[in-house]
Design a protein around this ligand. Structure first.
Ligand SMILES: [Zn+2]
Length: 61
């Protein structure tokens, strides 16, 4: 029996309003000290996996 554990990894870019509310804890943890920005959606995250077109932001020095 093949059963792949599907990681419910979904880019926050794809989140709709309702999703945002449901996943607020996750989103809050992702947008804390963000390192990446999505070129398409202007969303930010500290984990590029959660962005559809992540772009590494230059660290502020
Ligand atoms: Zn995006």
């Amino acid at each position: 029996m093949k059963e792949k554990k599907k990681n419910n990894l979904k880019s926050i870019c794809k989140y709709k309003k309702g999703d945002v509310e449901k996943n607020m804890d996750l989103i809050l943890s992702l947008v804390e000290s963000p390192k990446y920005i999505c070129k398409k959606c202007a969303r930010v995250s500290n984990n590029k996996k959660y962005l559809c077109h992540s772009l590494n932001m230059k660290p502020k020095t």
